[in-house]
Design a protein around this ligand. Structure first.
Ligand code: GAR
Length: 219
C-alpha cells in the first residue's frame, strides 16, 4: 500500500472544510493522513472537530508574536514537528510571509470561495452578486506570494440564481468546497498533480463533461 501523504491543516474558524477532509480521508487505506490541525485562534470550532476525530491539534496565537515572520517560524516548527510534508489551508485567515510560502512551495494549497482569478480577497459572495456574474464557485490552488494567486488545481462552478443573497450563494459554494477540497488533495496525494510553468497539470484527469448555461437552455 502506498505511504499516505502527511498533511497539516491550518484553520482559523468553523472548520467545515477541515471536516470534509476528515470525512474523506478517515479510512485505513486513505492516501492522506492528517497529522496536525493548527489554528491561530483558540476558539476555532474546527479544533473541536479535530479533537473529536482524534487528531493532534495546536493553537498558535498570532497575537503572541511581534512579527509575522516570528509567527510563521513558530508554525513552521510545529508543522515539521508533527511530521507533515504538506500543508492545506482551510479557512486560515492570516497572510503568510514570503519565507513560509517559499519554504512550502508546491506543498502548500488553499481553498478560496470564488472562481479565481475573479474575486481574490474577502467578501467574495457579495462581490460576485454585485458584479452580476452568472457563475460563481470555488478554487483550490497552490499558494504563491500574491494573495489568492497560484497554479489552479481544481475548480467547481455553481450558478448564481435570481433571488440569491449572500447567504444562499455562500451555502451553495460551500457545499461544493466540501467536495472540491478532498478531490484536489486526493489527486495530489496520488501523485497526479505537477506544476509546470506555473500551471498545475493533472495527469489522467477525468474530463469534466457538458456545458453549463445560466439561464438554462429551453428544454
Ligand atoms: C471557506 O469558504 C473558505 O473557502 C474560505 O473561508 C471559509 C472557511 O470555512 N477561505 C478564504 O476565504 C481564504 N481566502 P470553513 O472554516 O468552514 O472551512
Amino acid at each position: 500500500m502506498p505511504v499516505p501523504l502527511k498533511v497539516a491543516v491550518l484553520i482559523s474558524g468553523r472548520g467545515s472544510n477541515l471536516q470534509a477532509l476528515i470525512d474523506a480521508f478517515k479510512g485505513p487505506d486513505s492516501p492522506v493522513r492528517i497529522v496536525l490541525v493548527l489554528s491561530n485562534k483558540a476558539d476555532a470550532l474546527g479544533l473541536e472537530r479535530a479533537a473529536k476525530a482524534g487528531l493532534k491539534t495546536e493553537i498558535i496565537d498570532h497575537r503572541a508574536f511581534a512579527t509575522r515572520d516570528d509567527f510563521d517560524i513558530a508554525m513552521d516548527r510545529e508543522i515539521r514537528a508533527a511530521g507533515a510534508e504538506f500543508v492545506a489551508l482551510a479557512g486560515f485567515m492570516r497572510l503568510l510571509t514570503p519565507q513560509f510560502v517559499t519554504t512550502w512551495q508546491d506543498r502548500l494549497i488553499n481553498i478560496h470561495p470564488a472562481l479565481l482569478p475573479a474575486f481574490p480577497g474577502l467578501d467574495t459572495h457579495r462581490r460576485a452578486l454585485n458584479a452580476g456574474v452568472r457563475f460563481h464557485g470555488a478554487t483550490v490552488h497552490f499558494v504563491r506570494h500574491e494573495t489568492d494567486m497560484g497554479p489552479i488545481i481544481a475548480q467547481a462552478a455553481v450558478p448564481v440564481l435570481s433571488g440569491d443573497d449572500e447567504s444562499t450563494l455562500a451555502a451553495r459554494v460551500l457545499a461544493t468546497e466540501h467536495k472540491l477540497y478532498p478531490l484536489a488533495l486526493r489527486l495530489i496525494a496520488e501523485g497526479r498533480v505537477r506544476v509546470e510553468e506555473e500551471r498545475a497539470i493533472v495527469s489522467d484527469e477525468p474530463a469534466a463533461d457538458g456545458v453549463l448555461f445560466n439561464p438554462a437552455l429551453p428544454q
